[in-house]
Structures are given as structure tokens and as C-alpha cells.
Design a protein around this ligand. Sequence first.
Ligand code: FAD
Length: 453
Amino acid sequence: MHDVLVIGGGPGGYAAAIRAAQLGGRVALIEAADLGGTCVNRGCIPSKVWMRAAYLKYWMVRAGEFGLKSEYKGLDIKVLVERKNEVGMDIRAGMKALLQKNGVELITGHGVFKNSREVVVDKKTCAAKKIIIATGSSLAVPEMKGLTEALMTSDQFFNLEDLPSSVLVVGDGPIEVELASMLANFDVETTLVAPGRRILPEEDRETSQRLGQALREQGLTIVTDTVIQSVEKSGSRFKAVMGEKILEADRILVGSRGSNTDGLGLEQAGIETGDDGTVRVNDRLETSVKGVYAIGDVAGGWMLSHAASAMGVTASENAMGSDTIFRSDLVPRGLWTNPEAAAVGLTEEQAERAGYEVEVGDFPYPVNGLAMLRGQVDGGVKVISDAKNREILGVHIVGAGATEIIGEAVMALQLECTAEELAHTIRLHPTFSECMMDAGRDLEGWALYLPPK
Ligand code: FAD
């Protein structure tokens, strides 16, 4: 019998298995397809290889601003896809080796619960004292009449042989915004069709506005409050019908996702799911059944790799006898668009709804030295604090380096830093991170490099 059985070898399951083994557990990991899950094979890693290419293309075009003579002559997709595949291969090989070194038994096959302590994989029953569900998520294409022929999923996208000349991207979340911005950077006529009033509805209003404006200036069309009702063939293209409005494109890109619970046998183990199909967990990540935990995309919340991985650590520590709480309020979010965007903690609206007396500090990138010298002036840092005790409640960055700078914001929230501490923490010059300090000073009412209010 195993101490811990992990179902799913994505970033969540992988971290969980290693952590449980570090704590002395006899651990097995069941994976039905490729180690690395969505993240390594169809998500973070492939998308960031593509985003990097788009970023380099952008700078190839702008290199003349620095006196460099260069010309963009097109994209060799084969080379890019090959690079994406090689990076994935290297990461999967590293994962396999590390599981072995930690003594984790890797079982290949599809796991199905027989009961709350046993999982069947290809007719073989594996028993464990504790089980961690880490089966992740997969594409959930919305019902749309006529979509099938026009459809290009995010899974298919990263293995394309040719770039289409025009694409409608359906959705308003980070996956859709990243893919749309990247396509636009590659000169594909791209329209992001957002169902709500703004892109990134879960993020701060300022983030939606700042990023939306920058991406529009780079050629991305964003239409909001719009839902595609049906799709019709129109010569070699497709017409998307949205009430009175019709948009034409070569392909329609969908990236929406749903939790992987089908065929997992949750009912045999008595494990409850919520209305949205995710496995219900408490703040220790235990499901409705004692000794069974769920982590990552299958448990909903922030569907992000680092969240899955951190949840894996928490679940394994608890499975091995600790009593650790998972702080979902400290999960940072990021977009590798150009400019980047990243956030942690409450948005201004959320902080107000939660009853805080909210104060806001803001520092725009155009005033930052590094942003000026590099020609990366789009964006700004917005910091939200509680007027009563000055504690930082949220940080929302749009701008170059945002996905790195956010790390210090996470630390600030974790250590319950105040606006004063943020304002007095010295940063290297010239760096984008100076914007954090300057936003802190703005909160304190003494921004040195902004006109007096
Ligand atoms: P998954 O990565 O989905 O892994 C689950 C694994 O379980 C899979 O390998 C699957 O084969 C296996 N499995 C499922 N059912 C069974 C079963 N019954 N038996 C055995 N094995 C099973 N997140 C970020 O943090 N940063 C990003 O930049 C980012 N970019 C993304 C871009 C795209 C296009 C997409 C689609 C996602 C992106 N994400 C990103 C999200 C991220 O990929 C997921 O949040 C993360 O992979 C979730 O990890 P997980 O371990 O919960 O599940």
C-alpha cells in the first residue's frame, strides 16, 4: 500500500508527488498521457515559446530606434514548433528523472476511483492511505452553431503549419488575450471577441484599460459585450454572426477550459463536485471525503501552474500529517503580452466591496528611467492599501518586466507590508521595479517624480 497516490502528472501532481516523497512517503504518480500536463505540453511552455518569438519580432521591427539595421523577413513556423517541442521534451525528461530520484513510482494509464482508498489503472488496483486528485483541465469548446469547421483550439494552435491571415479569438481571459496579442504581433488580422464589458474581467479595471489600450495600439481589434451566436461558411472564410454584427475571418480560436472529472469515478468514492464541475475542497485542499485531496485546475480557483504546484505542496504536507492552509489570496496572475501584466491580491473594486477604506497609489511607466531608455513606456503600477492600517491589499502592474516584479509584491502581501515600507524599500536603478517604490511613495503622498497633487 502507498502512503500517497497522486492522479495526474501536471505541475500540480508532480509537485505533490515530490513533496510527499521528501516527507518520507511511499508515493506513486498515475499519468494517462504526457508528464507535464497542460502546462508543459499545451499551455504555459508552448505559449511562452510563441510569445517570445512574437516579442523578438516586435523588437526586430523597432531595432532601428537603437541604430541597429535589421529587417523582419517572416516566421519559419517549423523552427518555432521544433523549439517548442524540444523545450517540452527536455522538461518532461527532467521531470521523469526527478520523480525517479525521489523514489516516486510512475504508473502510466488512466486512473479511476474504485472507492475512496483504491484507484484502478488498466485493471490493476492501487491502494493508498491518502489520494491526491490532480487531473487538471482540458478544452471546453462552447456550443456554437457551425463552429466545427472554423474552429482552431489553443491545443492545435501551437502546432500550426501556417499562420492564418485573419482570426477571431473568442473570450476575455488571460489565455485568449495572450494568444490574440501574439497573433496581432505576427501581423495576423486579429479580433478579440469579449463577452463582457472589458477584457480580463477578474483583474483590476486599470489593468484592462492599460493593457487593452497598448494592445489596440499594436493592431489588435477588441470588441466587447459581444457573443458569437453562429458561424457560417463564406467562400474560403467564415462569418461569425453576433446579432446585427457580422465579422469575417479565416479561423475562430477558442481556449476556454473545464475541469477533468469525467471518467474519474468520483461518484464511486463519494467525492462531491460544485456546480461548475470542479472538485470541492476546503482550505486544506481536502475534498468532501477525508484523506482525499484535490489540487490545481480540477479544483478550480486560479487555474494557473504555480497555483497548482503550490496546492500540490499544501495537499502533500497535509496528507503527510501537517495542517497547512492554502492561501489562494496570495496567488499571483500574469500575462506575457507586450507589455506584460501581472497582479496579486485584491482589485480596487474587490477591496471596496470587502469594506476596506481604500487608498490607491499609482506610478506610470512613462516616468520610469529604464522604461524611457528602452522605449517601453506603456503601463503603470497601481498599489491598493487599507487607509486604516496602511497594509498593502493588492498590486496591479501593466508594463515591461511585470511578471518578474510581481514576485516582490507577493512577498509584500505575504509579509503584510505597509505602504510606508514599500515606499522606503530601496530598488536598483535603473529598473522597472522602481515603479513599485514610486507607487508606494504616491500612496504615502510624497511621489518624488510626479507633479504635486
Ligand atoms: P494539468 O496540467 O492539466 O495536468 C493534469 C494531468 O493529469 C494531465 O497530464 C492529464 O493527462 C492527467 N490526467 C487527467 N486525468 C487523468 C486520469 N484519470 N488518470 C491519470 N492521469 C490523468 N498557467 C500559468 O501559470 N502560466 C501560464 O503562462 C499559463 N499559460 C497557459 C496557456 C495556455 C494556452 C493554457 C491552455 C493554459 C495556460 N496556463 C498557464 C494554465 C496551466 O497550464 C494550468 O493551470 C496547469 O497546467 C494546471 O496544472 P494541473 O497539474 O492542475 O493540471
